[in-house]
Structure formats: structure tokens, C-alpha cells
Design a protein around this ligand. Structure first.
Ligand SMILES: NC(=O)c1ccc[n+]([C@@H]2O[C@H](COP(=O)([O-])OP(=O)(O)OC[C@H]3O[C@@H](n4cnc5c(N)ncnc54)[C@H](OP(=O)(O)O)[C@@H]3O)[C@@H](O)[C@H]2O)c1
Length: 271
């Protein structure tokens, strides 16, 4: 389906990786796309407008949403994509960094949703897609904080859907597996501490995680999955996109006894 020109899409974090890919793809389908960046001046060649936004700043969120809504008279789709990675043994991860990860990956999307809901309610129409992660389905070693931020977003969206069902608003989570973007270079790494009881296993796991992201799939796949969801009359709550193995791991977790699934996770990480 090709969009009418007036359909307005707002994507948080449109400056790189998955968000940029979604923006470019939807632009090619005729949508009016707005992306965001904390530093839009760094991206003069962006093919759609990037407005200044740090999703950890609630005031900025309200301003951006109001500006776009006043200008366009509508916001049809919000794509909560902005996010950051974080790795480290939970015991050694500073609480400030845990809070930061939740501020961007959880509270940011919630504040975005709170800001667009009144607009969408007025329209009696709207779609919200949260870009979560397959890591949000499984407590992965040395990615516990990241997994927790994404898992929290998956769950709260289940509640939100039930609460907003009479407003004509659709909501879905899209959980990607590994995609080749800049996320690994930008993520917070708790340092590998010499003589820490986690030193060797954290180091090895970090190597494994980075290899996976570097060998990740093209983010265009996520963009196409978003477009598919946009064209569903009645989208499901949970979607996944990624390699067969990554998607299959969620099914395995559902059907296998906990201990066996945990053993598979440990084996996969050579732990
Ligand atoms: N790549 C993967 O393998 C993978 C897998 C599963 C899920 N995901 C999720 O996909 C989403 C996109 O990640 P990506 O892989 O495309 O990473 P990326 O290339 O690092 O892009 C991250 C985007 O988020 C924005 N961002 C970061 N912190 C922000 C903040 N405080 N406020 C507003 N925007 C912020 C960045 O914009 P500026 O820096 O310009 O502000 C950038 O546009 C994230 O939610 C991530 O968790 C990625």
C-alpha cells in the first residue's frame, strides 16, 4: 500500500542505523517522515528532516510532538526507535549507567507515547511501534540491563494496548535480532576489571556479542517489517525480525524446560 502524502510518521533516532533505514524506506513509500537526533547538525545530508531531541528530556519530547502536530495537524505513526546498548556484569555496572539505559530505552519511549496519545485520541487514529529487541525476551549474560529495558517496554505495551483499545489507536512491538549498525560502538561497556571474578568470561562474551552485531543483517529488513505492520488492520502485539536462529530461540524458551533453555544459553556463550 502506498501512503497518502499527508500521513505523518515520527521516528525517534532517525540519524543512523535502523531508524535511518526505516525513515528512508517510508519516505520512498510516500510518507511524510520526521526523524530525530540529539545533534541534527551532524547529519546535513539526511533525506528527511531531523528535529533536535534527547528522549531522556521530557520537556524536549513535549515540544517536538507539539511542534510537529501544530505544523502537520496530525501524527499518524510514532516509531519509538531511539535506544542505546549497555553491557557488563550486573554486579559491576554503575547504577548511574543502569538509570541512563532505562531513561533512553524505557522512560523515553513511555514519555513519547504519553505525548502522542492525546493527538492520536483526537484523530481517533494512530499507530505506535516500539523497536525492542530479541534480547528483551531472554536474560542474556552481560546484557542483563539492556535485556531488562527492552523487556519492560514489551510488557508495558501489552498493558497500554488494553487501556487504549477504544481510541482507534494500534500498538505493536517489533523485536530485532542482530543488525549491522553503530550500536556496538556507541554502547556503554562496563570496563573489564582486572582480577574481577567476571574478567575472563565477560571479556569472551563481549567478543562474541560484538562479532554478532558486526555480522548482523541489513537494517532494511527492519524497515520492511515496520512497513508490513503499518499495513495491518489489526497488528499483533509482538513481532520479531532477525535470523532464523534468533527468532527460534524465543520459541525454544517457550517450549523447553527452564533448565534446558538456560543450558543452551550458557553453551552458546561458552560459559
Ligand atoms: N542493531 C541491532 O542489532 C539491534 C538489535 C535489537 C534492537 N535494536 C534497537 O534498535 C534501535 C536502533 O538502534 P541501532 O542499532 O540503529 O543503533 P544506532 O545506529 O546506534 O542508532 C541509535 C539511534 O538512537 C538515537 N539515540 C541514542 N540515544 C538517544 C537519546 N538519548 N535521545 C534520542 N535519540 C537517541 C541516535 O541518535 P543521535 O545519536 O543522533 O541522537 C541514533 O539515531 C535501538 O532501540 C536498539 O536498542 C538494535
Amino acid at each position: 500500500m502506498i501512503a497518502t502524502e499527508t500521513e505523518v510518521i515520527l521516528i525517534t533516532g532517525g540519524s543512523s542505523g535502523i531508524g535511518k533505514s526505516i525513515g528512508n524506506f517510508l519516505l520512498s513509500k510516500g510518507y511524510k517522515v520526521y526523524g530525530t537526533s540529539r545533534t541534527p547538525q551532524k547529519y546535513p545530508d539526511a533525506s528527511f528532516p531531523l528535529v533536535t531531541l534527547d528522549v531522556a528530556q521530557k520537556d524536549q519530547i513535549n515540544t517536538v510532538v507539539q511542534e510537529i502536530y501544530s505544523k502537520e495537524g496530525r501524527i499518524d505513526v510514532l516509531i519509538n526507535n531511539a535506544g542505546i546498548g549497555i553491557t557488563g556484569p550486573v554486579e559491576e555496572t554503575p547504577n548511574e549507567e543502569i538509570l541512563k539505559a532505562f531513561a533512553v530505552n524505557f522512560f523515553g519511549p513511555i514519555d513519547m507515547i504519553k505525548a502522542v496519545l492525546p493527538c492520536m485520541r483526537k484523530q481517533h487514529k494512530g499507530l505506535i511501534i516500539n523497536i525492542t529487541s530479541i534480547a528483551g525476551y531472554i536474560g542474556l549474560p552481560y546484557r542483563g540491563v539492556y535485556s531488562a529495558t527492552k523487556s519492560a517496554l514489551e510488557i508495558i505495551t501489552e498493558s497500554l494496548r488494553t487501556e487504549t483499545k477504544d481510541f482507534g489507536i494500534r500498538m505493536a512491538n517489533l523485536a530485532p535480532g542482530d543488525f549491522a549498525t553503530d550500536i556496538a560502538q556507541r554502547r556503554f561497556h562496563s570496563p573489564v576489571i582486572k582480577k574481577s571474578p567476571y574478567e575472563q568470561s565477560y571479556k569472551n562474551t563481549l567478543q562474541l556479542i560484538n562479532n554478532h552485531v558486526d555480522k548482523g543483517l541489513d537494517p532494511i529488513r527492519v524497515a520492511k517489517a515496520v512497513f508490513k505492520i503499518m499495513n495491518q488492520q489489526n497488528p499483533k502485539i509482538h513481532y520479531k525480525t532477525g535470523s532464523f536462529f534468533q527468532k527460534f530461540s524465543i520459541l525454544l524458551k517457550r517450549i523447553l524446560p527452564d533448565r534446558i533453555f538456560e543450558r543452551l544459553i550458557l553453551n552458546h556463550h561458552n560459559l
